[in-house]
Design a protein around this ligand. Structure first.
Ligand code: HSE
Length: 298
């Protein structure tokens, strides 16, 4: 018996929601095949994922699967084939897609003992292996779809959020690699009260905008006064790309996850495409290769 799935890329943070907000993309992701084997061990095969480890103790899908099997008390053999559609270090949840996809498919092949939400802690173990930090803001939307909020890490509480019908994401990925651990190491441990007030005002505003289909409010809330100023220096031409996205009509624009990808949200597919064109023109004038993805957020 074999299960074949598509595990989506995700945008984490969405500017004002560092480590707590994320959303799911539907046009880019990993393809995964999972089958049960006779020998009780996990084996991993990777297609298209240069440099990723296949040792199940080091591979994020292996780590997440092991955590799930231990929890379920299942001593079964699992073979996982991952065809990477997402590049590692691109900022759109590469490790999360593999971790979340693995636990989703393994749970399904075992007769779905757990619900999607209950799989989040095991997928988070893959994130811990990848970056040293078990954040859930990519694995939660990868498993649940749409927008998700991590209301609390301890105890873990994840809330699925609604998405306005016409909301589209444009993601541009300049071809440099930024490791999440590196891009976390530039962050400061403390924020000022003033920064915190601005940030939680925007986070509340963004969530209110999602619930009330208020695109203007969503746009005004897509701001980040804490993380973006520190991380944006790692991303070539970030300010120019952000400026062009807004000129093209995006509601807002920021760093996708830990970068280097940059995301913009727009009302309507046409604007999302125009935003992609404008963003791309910034990199077209440099020698940097890039790719662009447009997704409806469901
Ligand atoms: N919230 C995480 C970070 C996402 O920004 O470091 C990493 O993919």
């Amino acid at each position: 018996k074999q299960i074949k799935i598509f595990s989506p890329a995700t945008i984490a943070n969405l500017s004002c929601g560092f480590d707590v907000l994320g959303c799911c993309l539907d046009t880019i992701g990993d393809e995964m095949k999972v089958s049960l084997t006779d020998t009780p061990r996990i084996s991993i095969e990777i297609i298209n994922g240069a440099n990723l480890p296949t040792d199940p103790e080091k591979n994020v899908a292996g780590v997440a699967t092991k955590a799930l099997l231990e929890h379920l008390g299942k001593n079964v053999g699992v073979h996982i084939t991952i065809t990477k559609g997402i590049k590692a270090g691109s900022g759109i949840g590469s490790s999360a897609a593999s971790s979340a996809g693995a636990v989703w498919a393994v749970n399904q092949i075992l007769g779905s003992p757990l619900k999607a939400k209950e799989l989040i802690p095991f997928a988070m173990e893959g994130e811990r292996a990848a970056s040293g930090n078990a954040h859930a803001d990519n694995v939660a939307p990868a498993l649940l779809g749409g927008f998700t909020l991590v209301r609390s890490y301890d105890p873990l509480e994840v809330i699925g959020l609604p998405s306005p019908a016409d909301l589209y994401a444009t993601v541009i990925h300049p071809h440099i690699e930024i490791k999440t651990s590196d891009s976390r190491s530039v962050l400061k441990k403390n924020v000022t009260l003033e920064q915190a007030i601005t940030q939680w005002g925007n986070l509340g505003g963004l969530i209110a905008g999602l619930y009330t289909n208020d695109y203007g409010l969503i746009g005004r809330s897509l701001k980040d006064v804490i993380i973006e100023p520190l991380r944006s220096i790692l991303i070539p031409a970030f300010k120019e790309v952000q400026y062009e996205a807004v000129i093209a009509g995006a509601l807002g624009c920021g760093i996708s996850g830990s970068g280097p990808s940059i995301f913009a949200l727009s009302k309507g597919r046409e604007i999302a495409h125009k935003v992609g064109q404008f963003m791309g023109e910034v990199y077209a004038t440099t020698k940097l290769d890039y790719d662009i993805h447009i997704s409806k957020i469901n």
